[in-house]
Design a protein around this ligand. Sequence first.
Ligand SMILES: Cc1cc2nc3c(=O)[nH]c(=O)nc-3n(C[C@H](O)[C@H](O)[C@H](O)COP(=O)(O)OP(=O)(O)OC[C@H]3O[C@@H](n4cnc5c(N)ncnc54)[C@H](O)[C@@H]3O)c2cc1C
Length: 458
Amino acid sequence: MVNKSIIDGLAEIAGKDNVLTDEESLKCYSYDATRYASTPDAVVKPRDTGEISKVLSLAYEEAIPVTPRGAGTGLSGGSVPVKAGIVLSTERMNSTPRIHKEDLYVEAEAGLVTEQLQAVVEAMGLFYPPDPASQSACTIGGNVAECAGGLRGLKYGTTRNYVLGLEMVTPEGKVLRTGARTVKSVAGYDVTRLMVGSEGTLGVVSSAFLKVLPLPPARRVLSCAFDNLGKASEVVSEILGQGLIPSILEIMDEKTVTAVEAHTGEKLGEGVMLLVEFDGTKAICDEDASKAREIIEGKYGGKVMGDVEGPERENVWRARRAVLPALTRLSPTVILEDVTVPRSRLPEMTAKIMKVAERYALRIAVFGHAGDGNLHPTFLTDRKKHDEIKRVNAGISEMMRACIDLGGTISGEHGIGLDKMPFLKLQIGKAGYDIMKRLKVSLDHKGIMNPGKMFYDA
Ligand SMILES: Cc1cc2nc3c(=O)[nH]c(=O)nc-3n(C[C@H](O)[C@H](O)[C@H](O)COP(=O)(O)OP(=O)(O)OC[C@H]3O[C@@H](n4cnc5c(N)ncnc54)[C@H](O)[C@@H]3O)c2cc1C
């Protein structure tokens, strides 16, 4: 219970102005980018690792739930404080990152916005590849906690591939540094990797040591139109099978393309679109783009409608990043899923989604990171229509099972949070679930860290 003495304790740690308890402010920290909401008792905004440590020590002592929060852009309900208690917001922890150019890594505070990190490193000729479409708002801490992916996952992987180490605070308030600042380290268990994707259920990340790469000198993007989703998803495996590794390979169905065009007022293409980007030297980009063009326009009957390089490409990616805001204008409730299958199974997964839409009479828009086998089927619905919501739930359940049967995963990048809890055991089995629960209990034995997430019984 967060009583006056706890509030006073928080104010002593972070300063009175950085503890919020009024109704309006609490509402602002009650939701993320999903349909879930729950109001906390208090919000605290620590300035550094020391303050996080003191907040957690106090919460641990009193057994008060703590929900870490970055920017609240999560798509699985992770930062929604379902058991009330304290929301620990990292928004003040956003100082300029420290760049170690000679060792190719940067040190970034948890509350730093991803796009700001990218801008700082790019100004020095470096490159931090993870680029969630929410990069203009989401934070490094949130990216680490969700193991965020993004558009460049196909060639460059996800956040996990860039975290060399972390500074973090345990539920009891102990500060530790995991991993190393070196390119390799096998000193004991890989606690860093355990923390990445742990969704704030095991501790709070205060800063991250992130690998960076040299910035590619050239990039070129093809915008390609197809008659149907099946053909567009078949071409993905063909491109990869021919030895081409685009830096980005995104898919958008017709509903999505139309919604984005209406939202941005700009023409993107027609029908189903694949957006294919190559990076490297100019010669490599040109060679790869021309090979890809042959594949796309060959037996798959696609049409290359745009072929741009340099800063002009940003128009294409701005449109792509506008997908979710564009779709939310189409219906009062939008439920976005995150199914991911081996790339060769994409045609089967897209066919299944279409079948689900037909069988349950639902509107589903499909887009996603096709090059990663990661689709975001987005259910356009209205939570007030109870019959329709029942059909949505049945459709989601059928889709999840099909995804697992195809060798896929229920979440490629958004995490379990609240949203995917019903399906976690289905994917990882009882033994897998039990070992995760044992880890959770041994690291957070009072169960104060983001309770009510990932596991039903935690
Ligand atoms: C328009 C839009 C597009 C998106 N596109 C993508 C995409 O392309 N790829 C992708 O992967 N995701 C995407 N997302 C989802 C979301 O942006 C990511 O999951 C992001 O990593 C969340 O960051 P955040 O700072 O908003 O975290 P929050 O939403 O605040 O929190 C997310 C989770 O992380 C935990 N957490 C936050 N900070 C910390 C910390 N310092 N220590 C411990 N735990 C912490 C929270 O408790 C919560 O469980 C998108 C979301 C939107 C709205």
